[in-house]
Design a binder for this molecule. Sequence first.
Ligand code: 3PG
Length: 306
Amino acid sequence: MKILVATDKPFAKVAVDGIRKEIEAAGYELALLEKYGEKAKLLEAVADADAIIIRSDVIDAEVLEAAKQLKIVVRAGAGYDNVDLEAATAHGVCVMNTPGQNSNAVAELAFGLMVMAVRNMYNGTSGTELKGKKLGIHAYGNVGRNVARIAKGFGMDIYAYDAFCPKEVIEAEGVKAVDSVEELYATCDVVSLHIPATAETKNSIGRALVSRMPKGGLLVNTARKEVINETELIELMDERTDLKYMTDIMPAANETFASKFPGRYFSTPKKMGAQTAEANINAGIAAAKQIVGFLKDGCEKFRVNK
Ligand code: 3PG
């Protein structure tokens, strides 16, 4: 059995070593395709793969068609909007993610971006503190929970909204659960996004929500660029010169944001929320274990397609 690790944005070496150990201990062969750049290289590499471990790498119908022996794809991470689930099902391929394995890393980066924003991008001028500020956690999943835990250390006043998580679960963790997403934005000085990119959430963060934020509002995005309505956010930031946007996922309109809003906008060059050795080890080894469990015992825990 051949297990392909196909990561355009490679894991830390220590994580690859750990994945190799799991795969080889199960008697399988590991193939590594890193920084491949062009899709053609991925299409070639998947031809004889029985299983694939990916990150944000796109697994579409064409890739699935080229992967004649493929049985399982594991997205080492949380979001699986990069995998065509219907095409995978049609090809008889199981798709899994590794929920929770990289969420602390993403949550820590959200605070890195928050501190950078309130300290004026470290430009030497006097900024503000996070302590005592109202933090809104938009979606209370694995990352949202870690954000809440860290926010307690900062002494923030913590609010959350999640369409699917019961209020009691949120409040049991000492976080105020608001009744609507509108209330979250109207209440909070800082909103941290942790929603997945789905048909419902794409383009959903725009004028209607962000315009409700109090003066000096800060929007932090370590989720997905697709959830932002970039045109509306640019218009709003033009009108509201107090608003700031910090993102770990470079917008399509990065140049416009950067040129129009110096000091109020920052994007990492490449999504790096989960780019830590620890997150790579956790997610990568979990992916390898899930593949072994699936191929040897038919275990389908964490399957995300039907
Ligand atoms: C995730 O969905 O797990 C995160 O966005 C991390 O993505 P990455 O593996 O591409 O860094």
